[in-house]
Design a protein around this ligand. Structure first.
Ligand code: AMP
Ligand code: MG
Length: 490
């Protein structure tokens, strides 16, 4: 156990504001030491941002903290309560395999939840073992850090620690714990939970807490709860438009996996799309394609309705009026989403100003990519670099016509070709975490070789570099008869 002074030397500056909420929002969790914790990876850059001493975190004592085997604040571990619509069905959930160490206040004054995922059973485990497996935790580490570097709001990963314990899945696996860093873990489902099983006062406390933490500039607004709903709509619309434009498929957009902050959370069955196909689904359990690529904006709309419903008691005393207010806010979602989407797509094509025709230019390109089974990321890279345009879609007449009209469009703006190229390079990543590369890194790490993962992380730390040493990572997987599949909760 560290005394206060020593913890400060390490950089811990923990607060526990969530503990001030009514007790229904969380359960206290006891220390649950694991048998022989061993550090697999520590994110030095993130540790520094958080104000933590990474050398210390790498020591035996540091690793004990990152595995939930030791605490820096007695009695402060909590698991959060939440509910959620899972594939359309409402259920009580909660942190079934995670605990919150506390909220780290960084040297620059930001507040981040430090959460251990895979740390053992909690009152919300519902028959699960509370544990996580090494491979999926490495996967979350790689993809969440890639997302961060791709400039997409996301939770981050500070560390992965092996527990030294076996976890039973379809076979016996190595247990692991991921340290997740988030601007908070408040979900749509946290509101749904209290709206279903709590009272109006508790709902108000959660809303006030969330506003203070994420949208402090609306705190004094007369209609602060309506504005809160609008802020969450904006944040999530912006997030999902970024997913669409980069080809990211979350895979499990249940309302418990949607944050109030607008950060991507829960990297279970997610994956990046290679070939452009709007119907793409990777998740093994998403048999009806509810969360297919093309459905993500629609599903966000549905989730926002559920969130708005949970806020109704705060929107107006009169229920009918509250519903009208919520509907009005939600009715703006489509347009907000569309404006975000088209603005990013314009940048991907080097377009600075706005023309009605832009939508058609973008959609025509996407339909051609679908028709010719072109890779989503590499198509935009080719348009940026003008390389690899000697095959497939690029040599078709329809593409040549499209290309001419795109070039004409670029001439109808005052910007130079250098400016266009700069915008395109900043808007189109050269590398993304391709599924076969992620799998290769996990496979090697599982056998004790971390070098493949380290190299991949290095390449993914600078996705807009367009450098030669990244070329191998732009390659597509070898053709395979089995489509890539991802799994939840492993
Ligand atoms: P997810 O699919 O990761 O969003 O998880 C849905 C719910 O299942 C959450 O409440 C998780 O905490 C819980 N959960 C997932 N895996 C486990 C596990 N191994 N043990 C207990 N709860 C789990
Ligand atoms: Mg989840």
């Amino acid at each position: 156990m560290k005394d206060k002074k020593e913890s400060k030397d390490i950089g811990w500056n923990l607060d526990n504001s969530y503990l001030n909420l009514p007790k229904v929002f969380f359960s206290k969790i006891n220390l649950n030491p694991v048998s022989s914790p061993q550090l697999i990876i520590l994110n030095d850059t993130l540790a520094k941002e958080l104000g933590l001493d990474s050398n210390y975190l790498k020591t035996e004592e540091g690793v004990k903290i990152l595995s939930g085997s030791e605490t820096i604040q007695e009695g402060a571990f909590i698991a959060q309560a939440y509910a959620g619509h899972q594939f359309g069905h409402f259920t009580m959930l909660g942190d079934g395999r995670a605990l919150l160490i506390g909220e780290q206040i960084t040297p620059s004054g930001k507040r981040y939840d430090i959460q251990l995922k895979g740390s053992g059973k909690t009152p919300y485990s519902r028959g699960g073992d509370g544990r996580a497996v090494l491979g999926p935790m490495i996967r979350e580490y790689i993809i969440s850090e890639a997302m961060y570097n791709l400039k997409i709001p996301t939770t981050r990963s500070l560390a992965v620690v092996k527990t030294g314990e076996h976890v039973i899945r379809e076979t016996v696996k190595e247990g692991a714990i991921l340290t997740r860093v988030a601007s908070s873990h408040i979900r749509f489902g946290t509101f749904q939970y209290i709206s279903q099983w709590g009272n109006k006062e508790q709902l108000k406390e959660l809303a006030d807490y969330s506003i203070k933490r994420h949208y402090p500039y609306i705190e004094d607004d007369e209609n602060k709860y309506i504005n809160f709903l609008k802020e969450v709509i904006k944040a999530q619309a912006s997030l999902v438009s970024k997913w669409q434009c980069i080809g990211f498929i979350h895979g499990v957009m249940n309302t418990d996996n949607m944050t109030i902050s607008g950060e991507t959370i829960d990297y279970g069955p997610c994956a990046f799309m290679d070939t452009y196909n709007p119907d793409t689904v990777f998740s093994s359990i998403d048999v009806y394609g509810r969360y297919a690529y093309k459905n993500q904006p629609k599903m966000l709309g549905w989730n926002l309705c559920r969130f708005a419903e949970s806020l109704l008691p705060l929107l107006d005393e009169d229920q009918n009026e509250a519903i009208n207010i919520a509907q009005e806010a939600i009715s703006d979602y489509d347009e907000i989403y569309y404006n975000n989407w088209i603005s990013i797509m314009r940048s991907k094509l080097g377009i600075f100003n706005e023309e009605e025709l832009d939508k058609a230019i973008i959609e025509d390109l996407l339909s051609m990519m679908e028709k010719y089974n072109e890779d989503y990321t590499n198509t935009f890279v080719s348009l940026t670099t003008k390389n690899n345009m000697d095959k497939g879609m690029f040599i078709s007449d329809e593409f040549k016509n499209w290309y001419d009209s795109w070039q004409e469009r670029l001439k109808r703006q005052p910007n130079s070709s250098e400016e266009v190229n700069k915008l395109m390079k900043e808007s189109n990543p050269y590398v993304i975490p391709r599924n076969h590369r992620v799998e290769e890194a996990i496979e090697a790490a599982d056998k004790g070789d971390l070098s493949v993962m380290m190299k991949l992380l290095d390449v993914l730390s600078r996705p807009y570099d367009y450098s030669n040493d990244q070329d191998d990572y732009t390659m597509l997987p070898k053709p395979s008869s089995c489509p890539y599949k991802t799994y939840c909760g492993t």
